[in-house]
Design a protein around this ligand. Structure first.
Ligand code: C2E
Ligand code: MG
Ligand code: MG
Length: 747
């Protein structure tokens, strides 16, 4: 079960990232737009100034042009003759009026005498009648009087004379106009005049649409025109036209050339598009960033989960179990009841793993986890501490809680067979319990777990499939365990601690003692009797089993030599069997003791069948060839496959006492035991039932056709002298069906 990121995590937007990115983007857009607008406005401003400057130059140029054109006819002997010396209206009309009107577009031409009285006037190409007033048109008067203040330079004879000329902007009949007045003088200097007596020529050009069109065409100005009510707008600019006295005459108004605005208009769509693309890219980037952040968050979440959970079962692992245990221990004062720490270890799990494969082992572990959850409910803390080891903490606050009962429920739940994908498996459970009193002193989780481990060890040593509550004396036993090796080593050097007892093997049919199994005993001077269940594993792990096994075999063979025809069974550990020298040792002992090989039965355990050792099978074959019998001990506790027996042929199987002690009417184990017996007989194997304690068990086994019985019902292990007596005594050798006789044998 993988953890999913919570919805809060999924919605999580990295604001710390988003905000600066959006701000930077917005600032960049604003700055760029600001810069573009500022620079285009700047360009437009400069352009406006340039345009105004141009208009001023245009008007100035027009003024100088009108002066040049006026003087081109005013400084001319012909003009002087035909105006002042011999006034000739026709000549004026032909040479001045039509020329000025048609060639240069002047609207009006007036010739005045020295007293500024009009002598001739042309308006729009036609000569007009001069009013009788004798004075020049009012707007011209001040211009002419200004002209008269200027001196005409007569200049030397034979040279062109310089006329007095004045140009100004006037409003004539409400229309703005550009007017120039110039005295009429000789161009050759031949016709001399009295200063102040010069006639003058007045030329007028109204500032109308025609002039504006000329200016527009000539200077590439858009929509330029003269207006009296001009105003500057966003698109239009005005230039005030003022006269020489600085008075306003008219406005020249034109459509602004705004290069900046044009650039802006062309740039804005591109800029918009660019911003859109950048915005899109940034959004993409942010989205990627968000996904990355989410993935990171989910990764962290997953790592945290992985670090604290077992990958296979999804249960908390050892480190989070210890953490939670600490927390619950700290809070124990708030509970109304005690808190319990349970350490659970599967029995026979290794066999499942070794024989059915790791996949089946994994499936089994998951199934065990499910059963634990089903039995204990959601309040219990269940963790997988490793391999086939589980840790459980139960704090029961409501009502009394019987931890032993709960443990039994766990043991029986796990004791039910497991239907795996391809196989059916059968395991057991041993449990070590520590009671954490709510008033107890502070205890470290590691110490609690150590104690639970000790209780678990006791449960296993006590025969598995059981629960043991930790008690202080167990700790001492554990300490003893550490010293067992040293003590055993010493015991093997002496002859006063180790001994061998013999448990009778009884024929089911005749109820006669037909042999005995040799079992080692260790009476320690300080710790008293130490059970083989405790010291045999230490001996096996340390290699001391070879010396111990030899000791037991010698004693067994010594007995066997004295009781020919009786089967003497000796337990052999896998370590011994793997030794290539072992068969030599056995034959040597048989030879020295004088025991018949046919009377010796070697008991091996199922684990030997699993390890495909060449030496072991070679040894077994050698023994069988020599007539030594082989018994498969504790049958049913391991994988129990009779098919293995083809590889390692044996003569007998010994059904484990865990089956026998469950034999009762209607119980599953009856069917299992019967099946084992039937199968074994079909394979031509003898069957011994171990651990027979009651007459009922004996009679059920008898019905099944079990060949031999062994158990406390008949006798426990007895010293050599006692078994010799039993063998020798014909009355005791025949065990009657009555319980009295049975007790007699055991005494
Ligand atoms: P095992 O070979 O299956 O021996 C039978 C065990 O069952 C003995 O325990 C015996 O005392 C016990 N037993 C017999 N009848 C009954 C009964 O009716 N009820 C109950 N509850 N138990 C019964 P023990 O002597 O404690 O030995 C335990 C195991 O230690 C033996 O199991 C055997 O596997 C091992 N063992 C003992 N001596 C030796 C030895 O010299 N060499 C080796 N390799 N293993 C030994
Ligand atoms: Mg045995
Ligand atoms: Mg046994």
């Amino acid at each position: 079960m993988q953890p999913q990121p919570s919805s809060a995590t999924r919605r999580h937007v990295p604001v710390a990232v988003l905000l600066p990115v959006v701000l930077v983007l917005a600032l960049a857009i604003v700055a760029l737009l600001g810069f573009v607008v500022w620079s285009t406005t700047n360009i437009d401003q400069r352009s406006l100034e340039r345009q105004k400057d141009s208009i001023a130059r245009v008007l100035q140029f027009r003024r100088s042009q009108i002066e040049v054109q006026a003087t081109s006819v005013a400084v001319w002997d012909e003009t002087l003759i035909n105006t002042k010396l011999a006034f000739n209206a026709n000549w004026i009309e032909r040479n001045l009026s039509s020329r000025m009107h048609e060639n240069f577009g002047y609207d009006a031409l007036v010739v005045v005498d020295a007293s500024n009285k009009p002598l001739y006037a042309m308006v729009d190409g036609f000569a007009v009648v001069i009013p009788d007033t004798g004075a020049a048109h009012e707007p011209f008067q001040s211009l002419l009087s200004d002209l008269r203040t200027l001196r005409t330079a007569p200049g030397p004879l034979g040279t062109r004379q310089v006329p007095a000329t004045i140009t100004d902007f006037l409003v004539i009949d409400g229309r703005p106009a550009m007017v120039t007045a110039s005295t009429i003088v000789s161009d050759t200097g031949a016709l001399r005049q009295q200063p102040g007596s010069e006639y003058a020529l007045v030329l007028t050009r109204f500032l109308d649409t025609t002039v504006a069109a000329e200016i527009n065409r000539q200077y590439v100005i858009d929509g330029g025109h003269f207006t009296m009510v001009g105003a500057t707008t966003a698109d239009q600019a005005v230039f005030p036209v003022v006269n020489n006295a600085g008075r306003f005459i008219t406005f020249f108004q034109w459509n602004l050339d705004r290069p900046g605005q044009t650039v802006l208009n062309q740039t804005i769509p591109m800029l918009g598009l660019t911003f859109l693309v950048i915005g899109g890219l940034v959004m993409l980037l942010l989205n990627q960033l968000r996904r990355y952040a989410e993935a990171l968050e989910a990764g962290k979440h997953f790592s945290r989960y992985q670090a604290s959970h077992d990958e296979l079962t999804g249960l908390p692992n050892r480190s989070s179990f210890e953490f939670e245990l600490r927390r619950r221990v700290d809070m124990r004062g708030q509970c109304t009841g005690d808190t319990y720490l349970l350490m659970l270890d599967l029995d026979r799990f290794k066999q499942v793993n070794d024989t059915l494969g790791h996949q089946a082992g994994d499936e089994l572990i998951c199934a065990v986890a499910d059963r634990l959850k089903a039995v204990l409910g959601k309040d219990a803390l269940i963790a997988r501490l490793g391999g086939d080891e589980f840790g459980i903490v139960v704090s029961h606050t409501d009502g009394p809680f019987d931890v032993q009962q709960a443990s039994q429920r766990i043991i029986s739940a796990i004791g039910q067979s497991f239907e795996l994908r391809h196989y059916k498996a059968h395991v057991g459970a041993s449990i070590g319990i520590v009671v954490i009193d709510r008033n107890s002193e502070d205890v470290a989780p590691s110490e609690l777990m150590r104690k639970a481990d000790i209780a678990l060890y006791e449960a296993k040593a006590g025969g598995r499939n059981r629960a043991m509550v930790y008690e202080e004396h167990m700790n001492e036993m554990l300490q003893l365990q550490h010293t067992i090796e040293g003590e055993l080593r010493e015991a093997l050097q002496r002859d006063d601690q180790l001994s061998v007892v013999f448990q009778p093997l009884v024929s089911q049919e005749s109820r006669r003692v037909v042999g005995a199994e040799a079992l080692s005993r260790w009476a320690h001077p300080k710790f008293g009797q130490i059970s083989p269940g405790r010291f045999i594993p230490v001996a096996e792990n340390t290699g001391l089993i070879e010396a111990l096994g030899e000791f037991v075999l010698r004693r067994a063979c010594e007995l066997g030599a004295t009781a020919p025809g009786r089967t003497i069974a000796v337990n052999i550990s896998p370590t011994q069997l793997r030794n290539p020298q072992f068969s030599h040792l056995v034959f040597d002992i048989l030879h020295r003791s004088g025991m018949r090989p046919n009377d010796l039965e070697l008991e091996i355990t199922e684990s030997i069948l699993l390890d495909d050792e060449h030496v072991s099978s070679q040894n077994l074959r050698t023994f069988r060839t020599a007539g030594i019998k082989i018994a498969l001990d504790d049958f049913g506790t391991g994988y129990s496959s009779l098919s293995y027996l083809k590889r390692y042929p044996v003569d007998r199987i010994k059904i484990d006492r865990s089956f026998v002690n469950q034999l009762a009417e209607g119980h599953d184990s009856v069917a299992i035991t019967r099946a084992i017996v039937t199968l074994a007989h079909a394979m031509d194997l003898e069957v011994t039932a171990e651990g027979v304690e009651t007459e009922d068990q004996a009679s059920i086994l008898a019905q099944m056709g079990c060949n031999m019985l062994q158990g406390f019902l008949f006798s426990s292990g007895v010293p050599r002298e006692r078994i010799v007596d039993i063998f020798a005594d014909p009355a005791n050798a025949l065990v009657s069906r009555g319980s009295r006789a049975i007790r007699a044998i055991s005494r």
